[in-house]
Design a protein around this ligand. Sequence first.
Ligand SMILES: *Cc1c(COP(=O)(O)O)cnc(C)c1O
Ligand SMILES: [Zn+2]
Length: 390
Amino acid sequence: MTSCLEWLECSRCGAAVSLEAAGVCACGGILLARYRLDEAGRTMTRASIASRGPTMWRYAEVLPGSDDPVTLGEGMTPLLRLRFIERELGAQAIWLKDEALEPTGSFKARGMAPAITMARNAGARRVALPSAGNAGSAAAAYAALAGLAVDLFLPADTPEPFFLEAAAFGARVHRIAGDIGACGRAMRAHPDAGRWTDLSTFREPYRCEGKKTLGYEIAEQLGWTLPDAIVYPAGGGTGLVGMWKAFAEMESLGLVPKGPRPRMIAVQAEGCAPIAGAFASGAAEPAAVTAPFTYACGLRVPAPLAGSLVLAAVHASNGCAIAVSDREMARGQVDLARGEGVFACPEGGATLAAARALLAAGLLLPSERIVLFNTATGLKVPSIPGLSTS
Ligand SMILES: *Cc1c(COP(=O)(O)O)cnc(C)c1O
Ligand SMILES: [Zn+2]
């Protein structure tokens, strides 16, 4: 299947940038991939998609590198109806997109498959990124498959399973004292900076493209309708920005009717909530958080580069951004496990905690069709606050 990728567009100054440029715009703005959607729409019909293989590459026309992807079969994960939790919360329809079933156990696989594909296609031999854990694991796996060298910059207090996994894949791991922001700075100050392709969140345009397939899949799995609300655990915000982009593309492609888009709800941790803080104060740009704290590593992103893009999608969709405590996330993890049979990561528990709080506050309505996300397996995080194992 042929990709209809055509150019990159700066989300800040609107400049059209050639595909060879990569990185960010000269103005510092984030680049978003654009496609020949007229051409894509000719082959990308509901019926033709239904006849394709059960991976995210079934949306080939609107993905980069789909002619010859580096793939481990990512995508087409279950969209589980949460019957027990619906009853408990008094809501009519809640689903969980369960990304625990992805290669390397997290939805970071969706982004890394096209990012590594495009790096390889551009002739890269070596890639690097800072990561809170899951992005590093996914990058290491796809880099191994593609025969690329990979350097990972991880906070020293990242749970050990991530180091084990990275070592197994043959990644070169740099343990950094500090959070993911410090990891990014250490990477850019490293003597080898410039000798590798930078795969940092939103410093290359293709991870967001892979993650947008969450939006295509949810629509397809709901019979090409959109839910009323999407409750997403936002760290860097790639998936939220990607899904928001996907909804616009799907409308242009004629896959979903023109009409209201889902309300985008960004969930953060109380100890690291730059986006929720900006939402509460009405700021268009999040302020960096100092001394971020939460056991949900994926949410420990104190200064998200795309914070203003996340906020723009939240506002345009009439959504909101909310912070939940680690205790509430932990309860969410346990409820998903005991009620629904899903061993979710803390970030997945956070989306349930947010839905509970928003339903109680009347900011989500019981009649709304709500989609939660379990973004990774619970197995790589060593403990759940308040849960005894003995
Ligand atoms: C990376 C990560 C997130 C946050 O994803 P973004 O797209 O960066 O907002 C959420 N949950 C888990 C488990 C993650 O690894
Ligand atoms: Zn620009």
